[in-house]
Structures are given as structure tokens and as C-alpha cells.
Design a protein around this ligand. Structure first.
Ligand code: 13P
Ligand code: SF4
Length: 370
């Protein structure tokens, strides 16, 4: 995790209204030089001030399309800001308001571990594998996939990218989210016993060469700590208490949860599904609490609740707040760029190959995993 220095003390005494008003003023001062992007898991106060909101895929596309803005302030987490830096043109500077906004899942895939895994698969097992990384990964992992003829995907297009990968070779290494990989491959007809989990903390990933040779999909042992909080018994409980309620979850949830759900898809898919459902519909949703809360407020004619009885909060997304947003904008108005996220040139070139394959496999609408 990167270190975020404390903000100047004057920010501590500002009220939320004062900060929101000051941010609006800074946006006017910076005009078309600035765009603010907000991921759906951001706090409501931050989302209210974003120019564009979206899931990881939509925000990557918006980042890639910028040719006017000079600054992208990314209200999301570190890997998203890196992707924006890789995909945007060279004049754009990408800023993450709080450097400690990382992602525990992205941290579960380390480039040295991946190089070691690759060597094992190639030398010991003699298999050729197409690497596919979820966009929730470091730029170095994306670059690896780019140079090894692989690709990135997001939860909105994981099926399309896996289909592409199976056209390139007969085995896929999917990282870092074992759940998105398993849920997507299973929905495409790959049986559970054709998938094996590669645990980077164990010698040879905890697998024999025979297990590797028999597998079609190797799943890196990583997960999202937020979506891991949803459990199959919560689905059973909803079914018992409210049989008309539909269960809609993000594919970062476990296979067992996705099997018990009615539908599974990315945050953009979740929003669209609820929006298009008739008045009076009932939904239990398995994703981050800020998105669920916003759906509750946006659709008072529908009964919406979290699938879990507890608050499933992404604590790193939560680090982006009005104080940090105002601080980076204050600095920009003064001509100083703070918290710029810059990927080095060589990594950028290779990672862009993987990200462009992701963007080439996008459908007009977010696709359900289930
Ligand atoms: P999407 O934005 O692809 O829905 O993924 C959710 C997530 O966990 C982002 O970190
Ligand atoms: Fe990472 Fe999960 Fe938070 Fe997304 S919700 S940023 S995958 S920890």
C-alpha cells in the first residue's frame, strides 16, 4: 500500500457542505481541464460531485476516450487509476485523491509469484496457458498478460474474454479472483473438476503436474474481501423469509452463493437489472453497501436490501472522501499536481495490449454471468 501523507490541518475544521461547495468552485475554475470519475462503491457525497460514474469497465472506457481533459481525478482505487493512466493519452495526468486506496484482491497477485507460477507451468508441466487477469490487478500483472499473449477482463465482459482466450489456447490461467474465474468458466460449461486452484503461497501452487495437465482453467487463489462476506446461508434465509424476493449478486461472490442466486453480474449489470424491474419488485443484493444504499434511494417503489445482514463495505474505496478530493483540487488550482499515478513506459506499453484486448471484447450492454 502506498503512503498517504496527512493533509494540512485546515481541512479538519471544514464541514461537509463547505467542502462540497469548495469542490464545485474548483471544478468551475478548472473547467474542461478536469474530469472526476467515481466508481459505484464510492461514498454518496463523492459520487454526487463526479462527472461520470461507472463500474470498472465503463470508467476504463471513459478514461480511454479522454482527449480534452488534462487531469483525471479518479475516485476509486489504485488499480483503476493505473488503468486510466495506461489507457489515456500522454497529456493526461491521473490523480488518486488518497494514495492508500488500494485493493486487497489486487494485492493477492504479485508479479514475482506469477513469474514463478509461469515457470512451473511451462517447465515442470509442459503446458501452454493463456493468462487472463481481472482488471483488479497491478499494472505489472497486466503487462505480463500483454507480453504473454493474454488479456485483461472486467466483471462486465469476463465471459467474452474467456471465450477469446479459449480461441487462443486450450488452457487459461485466471487471476487474481478465483471466484470471478470459476463463476464465469462454469457458466460457459467448464466443469468444476476441470478447474484447479493455484495457491501462490504453496510450492508449485499446491498442484501436481498431473493436476495441471488435466485442468482447463487454473484459478489463482485470490478473492475480494468484501464479496467474501456473502454466504449461501444468507440466500437460504431470504428464500425462507421472502419467497418473492430475487437474489442478485456480483460474480466476485463465491460459486456457492452465485449458484443460489437468481442473477449475477457486474455493478453496471446490477444497476440496470434493478432499474428495469417493475415497481413492487423485491431484491436482495450481494455487493458493496454504498451501491446497495443508492439503489434503495433511487427506487423507492421497489423493496431493496443487502443480501447480508451486515454492512459489506470496501474500506479502501471509503478512503476517498471530500477532504482528499478537495485537497487534490486545491493543489491543482495552485498549479501543483499531487498524488499522480504514473505507470512506467515499458509496463504501460505491455499492459495496454492486455487492456485493449479487454476493450475489444465489450458488448453494448453489461452481460450477466448467470
Ligand atoms: P466492477 O466495477 O467490475 O463491477 O467490479 C467491482 C469491484 O470490485 C471493483 O473493485
Ligand atoms: Fe478490491 Fe473488493 Fe474493494 Fe473491489 S470491492 S476494490 S475488489 S477489495
Amino acid at each position: 500500500m502506498l503512503f498517504q501523507p496527512p493533509l494540512p490541518s485546515r481541512y479538519a475544521s471544514l464541514t461537509e457542505d463547505e467542502m462540497a461547495q469548495a469542490i464545485v468552485k474548483r471544478k468551475e475554475q478548472l473547467g474542461s481541464r478536469l474530469i472526476i470519475l467515481g466508481h459505484h462503491y464510492q461514498q454518496h457525497e463523492v459520487i454526487a460531485l463526479a462527472d461520470f460514474t461507472g463500474d470498472s469497465l465503463k470508467l476504463s472506457q471513459i478514461g480511454a476516450d479522454q482527449d480534452e481533459a488534462e487531469f483525471i481525478v479518479f475516485c476509486g482505487v489504485h488499480f483503476m487509476a493505473e488503468s486510466a493512466d495506461i489507457l489515456s493519452n500522454d497529456n493526461v495526468k491521473v490523480i488518486l485523491p488518497d494514495l492508500s486506496a488500494g485493493c486487497s484482491m489486487a494485492d493477492m497477485a504479485d508479479i514475482d509469484d506469477l513469474e514463478e507460477a509461469w515457470e512451473f507451468l511451462d517447465k515442470e508441466c509442459g503446458v501452454s496457458v493463456v493468462p487472463v487477469t481481472y482488471v483488479n490487478s497491478a499494472a505489472s500483472i497486466k503487462a505480463f498478460c500483454g507480453r504473454q499473449s493474454g488479456a485483461c477482463c472486467t466483471s462486465s465482459n469476463a465471459s467474452a474474454v474467456l471465450r477469446w482466450a479459449f480461441e487462443q489456447g486450450d488452457k487459461v490461467l485466471f487471476l487474481p479472483d478465483q471466484h470471478l474465474g470459476r463463476n464465469t468458466a462454469y457458466a460457459m460449461g467448464v466443469a468444476l473438476d476441470e478447474m484447479a486452484v493455484y495457491d501462490p503461497r504453496l510450492p508449485q501452487g499446491g498442484l501436481t503436474a498431473e493436476q495441471v495437465r488435466k485442468s482447463r482453467v487454473l484459478l489463482w487463489k485470490g478473492h475480494c474481501s468484501v464479496h467474501a462476506l456473502f454466504a449461501p446461508n444468507q440466500c437460504d434465509e431470504i428464500r425462507r423469509a421472502d419467497p418473492d424476493c430475487k437474489i442478485l449478486v456480483h460474480p466476485e461472490c463465491s460459486w456457492e452463493v452465485v449458484q443460489k442466486a437468481d442473477l449475477a453480474g457486474s455493478t453496471e449489470f446490477i444497476i440496470k437489472t434493478v432499474r428495469e424491474s417493475p415497481a413492487g419488485s423485491r431484491w436482495a443484493i450481494g455487493t458493496e453497501v454504498h451501491l446497495v444504499d443508492r439503489l434503495v434511494h433511487a427506487h423507492p417503489d421497489k423493496a431493496i436490501r443487502s443480501l447480508a445482514g451486515i454492512q459489506c463495505l470496501c474500506t479502501t474505496m471509503y478512503r476517498i472522501d471530500l477532504k482528499h478530493l478537495l485537497w487534490v483540487l486545491d493543489e491543482l488550482v495552485e498549479g501543483r499536481i499531487v498524488n499522480q499515478i504514473q505507470v512506467d513506459h515499458a509496463t504501460k506499453e505491455q499492459a495496454r495490449v492486455a487492456l485493449e484486448r479487454m476493450l475489444a471484447n465489450v458488448s453494448a450492454e453489461p452481460v450477466a454471468i448467470k
